[in-house]
Design a protein. Structure first.
Length: 236
């Protein structure tokens, strides 16, 4: 287990203003693929819990807008995301996810539905979905060694920008507009120690972006990366 640093001590705590509608809305079959990839990330220690009991790592998947949703360019994308403080769980059920139906990064606010509140990095996920219409999956992991290898080698957020804030959402938006992030689909968070975000057109593609980064930086061998790519398909 990785040691807890001063910069990761608040990981997992919700910083946004949340309108939480507590209801059993997330269907089991709708999160089967999410759970397979989430469990693969848990197996790789990219999602987990620090010794102080604070969880780390999350992932999400875009879901179709309901028929009653406003047909406007300003309408927030909907996405299902792992709930807050679920990093310690070996596997998840539908009750451990949350459906985000609206968000406003500038106001540091969102609306979510489910039996758990949405993860602390939900606003960053929302900004990526809103800016990149072809993106359907986002992965946020923690890995001290991989983070050190990727820092400033891939698009990297500024060190003074803390996680889970409107500033981080705005910084992610800046990278999407002013860096190769839309093409590389992976970023390191300089102000969020160990934090890495990868995304793609599907969960499979987002996961491959991450594993390819592990291989290209020497964090994984060819054999280890090949094994890791099979993990999502080895769930019970």
């Amino acid at each position: 287990m990785e040691p807890v640093s001063n910069r990761t001590i608040d990981e997992g705590y919700i910083k946004y203003r949340c309108q939480w509608i507590k209801e059993d809305i997330v269907a089991t079959q709708s999160v089967a693929e999410l759970t397979a990839y989430r469990n693969a990330l848990y197996r790789l220690n990219f999602i987990g819990e620090y010794s102080n009991g604070i969880g780390f790592g999350n992932l999400s998947q875009r879901v179709p807008m309901p028929a009653y949703a406003p047909l406007s360019a300003a309408a927030s994308p909907h996405f299902v995301i792992t709930g807050t403080q679920t990093g310690h769980l070996p596997t998840l059920t539908a009750a451990d996810y949350s459906l985000v139906t609206d968000f406003a990064p500038q106001q540091n606010a969102l609306i979510c539905k489910g039996l758990r509140k949405a993860s602390s990095e939900s606003l960053t996920h929302g900004v990526i979905y809103a800016s990149q219409l072809g993106i359907h999956a986002i992965i946020h992991i923690h890995s001290p060694q991989l983070w050190k290898r990727l820092l400033n080698q891939v698009p990297t957020t500024r060190a003074e920008v803390p996680y889970g804030t409107p500033e981080m959402a705005a910084e992610t938006q800046r990278l999407l507009q002013q860096s190769p992030l839309p093409q590389q689909k992976i970023l390191a968070m300089a102000g969020h120690e160990d934090g890495i975000v990868a995304f793609g057109e599907s969960l499979q593609m987002a996961y491959r972006v991450l594993i390819n980064a592990c291989l290209m930086t020497g964090f994984m061998t060819q054999s280890e990366s090949a094994d890791a790519l099979q993990f999502p398909y080895q769930q019970a």
